[in-house]
Design a protein around this ligand. Structure first.
Ligand code: ATP
Ligand code: MG
Length: 576
């Protein structure tokens, strides 16, 4: 390490908000070049290389072939699918010296479809699955979490081509399985969730989510079956009907001076938030609409868009809210509105509820949505939450978890091949549009997710399969010739045993070396100190263990080699 380029830092970088970002900067893995753009230093690059190696092994095994496409992509290809216009400011566009438009590829469907349609002419050439590992650029709005959400980041993107849907589903399944092997071998604990096929269209989509409290995505998992899904996508069973009778008392006005938020109103009226109806004003396709969910729920905007049939939808500003309701913000309610009202199904059976009165300082009580807002459109508009009943099994309920999306598989069908006229001659002699799948892994995000899931206060706890080195050898008194001689000998023997060793021979105090070893997070640590060495021993510990144990010098290489072998074997089996 005295000659290695591994600059560690004691202080926490000011712009780092997530653990992986802090430790990767402090541990000398990466350095910031611009917002969301990083240099990979030797330790960081070794981690990325290990992840890539696992990906290549598993994809090659699954029958995919590696290619490399350009990062600079001519606009014409993107114009063929209409994405040149549709893709927003995340697309980095630029011109060459002749004034021709280009983009820095954020994903490569167009380029690969062009490549394949030029060469592949017959069903006999299919199925075909091609992948690349490449730097992508997306001009993300908030690149604030280090490698978790960069602007330039490394992605593995794969694309499958099949002659029909049945065969495309098999290609999809093969990638789905390979992804499971890859993330298991990387030592990650993950869940596969059903995802929204969203604006792109297509048939089937799954996200691979690494479970971590810092994850940006919220997902629900059933406690009764295997079902897990995005909160936007989760299918819930119908809510239980309210026990209150249908012919309750009529609506009444309730004075709620200055009480605007759900919490304020619930406190003031001394009822739970689940007795309130939350009314939000949105602008959908240019027109104002009102959306109602129970006070303790959030609106599922992905669902809402679909139900309303709008391409664009956003929350109305204060002025628009007042225009639509005739009241200051905080008092919107569904009764008597002149704009369309959409309500979550849960409200259909809710009786004796409270809602805003569309006038300052007024709410309404005894609300029965079905009775009092007969024009409302009822549909599932709430995001799934803890306790919602699962639609896939009899009595399961949802738990809420946070996740980091490390991979995404998507059965695209003909979304790209149709507009780009990518056809092959079918077995029946007719031209057939190819069925396509696309499959992404955020390679650099995998490194960040591994840290989010495996760390303690002192630093990283790398899974052995993706650690920058397997063994960290510390010379505690580097000025002592005996210590250095023993270390040099161990370094050589460990290397001969096939282990990757980082040797800390720096002229630093033992405390600083232990702290850096914890920070960098190499799984197996051997410390060679003058006193223990005098008794013929060294100190050994796993990074994750609290206490070191003493091992005779002559046994340590065999012991560490055996531990590494067993652990690697375990991770491999997990992935098999
Ligand atoms: P997100 O919702 O996190 O923005 P996405 O849906 O845009 O992801 P895809 O287009 O499916 O992502 O890209 C494939 C994979 O690339 C993702 O599963 C993720 O792991 C990774 N990825 C996407 N955007 C970034 C980014 N800004 N930084 C790092 N990795 C990313
Ligand atoms: Mg994105």
């Amino acid at each position: 390490m005295s000659r290695a380029f591994t600059p560690t830092l004691k202080e926490v970088p000011a712009d780092a908000q997530v653990v992986s970002h802090v430790f990767m900067i402090r541990g000398g893995f990466i350095r910031r070049v611009a917002a969301g753009v990083y240099n990979f230093l030797p330790l960081g690059w070794r981690v990325i290389n290990k992840i890539e190696r696992i990906i290549r092994e598993e994809l090659d095994k699954a029958g995919a072939q590696e290619v490399l496409m350009p990062a600079a992509v001519p606009a014409e290809l993107w114009q063929e699918t209409g994405r040149w216009q549709k893709y927003g400011p995340e697309l980095l566009r630029f011109k060459d010296r002749k004034g021709a438009d280009f983009c820095f590829g954020p994903t490569h469907e167009e380029v690969i479809v062009d490549m394949v349609r030029r060469e592949v002419k017959s069903y006999r050439d299919l199925p075909l699955n091609l992948y690349q590992i490449q730097g992508k650029f997306r001009d993300e709005l908030r690149p604030r979490a280090g490698l978790m959400r960069g602007r330039e980041f490394i992605m593995k993107d794969a694309y499958s081509f099949d002659v029909d849907l049945e065969s495309a589903r098999k290609s999809y399944q093969a990638m789905y399985d390979a992804y499971g092997h890859i993330f298991s071998r990387c030592g990650l604990s993950f869940r596969v969730v059903e995802a929204d096929t969203g604006a792109i269209g297509g048939d089937m989509s799954h996200e691979f989510q690494v479970l971590a409290s810092s994850g940006e995505d919220t997902l629900v998992a059933c406690d009764g079956c295997d079902y897990a899904a995005n909160v936007e996508q989760a299918e819930m069973a119908a809510p239980a009907a309210d026990e209150a009778p249908a012919d309750g008392p009529a609506l009444e006005s309730v004075a709620t001076p200055g009480k605007k938020t759900i919490d304020e109103v619930a406190d003031f009226l001394e009822v739970p938030a689940s007795r309130l109806v939350k009314t939000l004003i949105y602008v959908a396709g240019g027109k104002a609409i009102a959306v109602c969910v129970r006070g303790d729920r959030t609106v599922n905007e992905v669902r809402l868009k679909k139900v309303v049939g709008a391409d664009e939808l956003f929350a109305a500003g204060d002025k628009q809210v007042t225009e639509a309701t005739g009241a200051p913000v905080g008092f919107a309610g569904p009764v008597g509105l002149e704009i369309p009202v959409y309500a979550d199904v849960e409200l259909q059976g809710l009786r004796g509820a409270y809602c805003g009165g569309n006038a300052a300082d007024v709410h309404l009580g005894n609300l029965d949505m079905a009775r009092d807002v007969p024009s409302a459109t009822f549909d599932t508009l709430r995001a799934a939450g803890a306790g919602d009943r699962c639609a896939r099994c009899d009595d399961g309920a949802f738990m809420v978890e946070r996740g980091i999306e490390v991979g995404h598989v998507f059965l695209l069908e003909r979304v790209y091949t149709e507009p780009m006229k990518a056809t092959v001659l079918g077995e029946d002699g007719k031209q057939a549009v190819m069925e396509m799948g696309c499959y992404g892994i955020g390679v650099t995000r995998v490194a960040a997710a591994a840290i989010e899931q495996n760390h303690d206060e002192g630093g990283i706890l790398w899974p052995l399969s993706i650690a920058p080195y397997e063994v960290h050898l510390l010379a505690l008194q580097p000025k002592d010739q005996g210590v250095m001689d023993a270390c040099e000998r161990l370094y050589k023997e460990l290397g001969d045993a096939g282990l990757e060793v980082l040797f800390d021979d720096r002229k630093e105090r033992p405390g600083a070396k232990f702290a850096d070893a914890d920070l960098i997070g190499i799984p197996l640590r051997i410390a060679v100190g003058k006193r223990t060495l005098g008794e013929g021993e060294v100190e050994f510990k796993w990074r994750a263990d609290a206490e070191a144990s003493r091992v005779p010098v002559e046994d340590i290489v065999g012991k560490v080699a055996e531990l590494a072998r067993t652990e690697k074997e375990r991770l491999r089996r997990l992935g098999a």
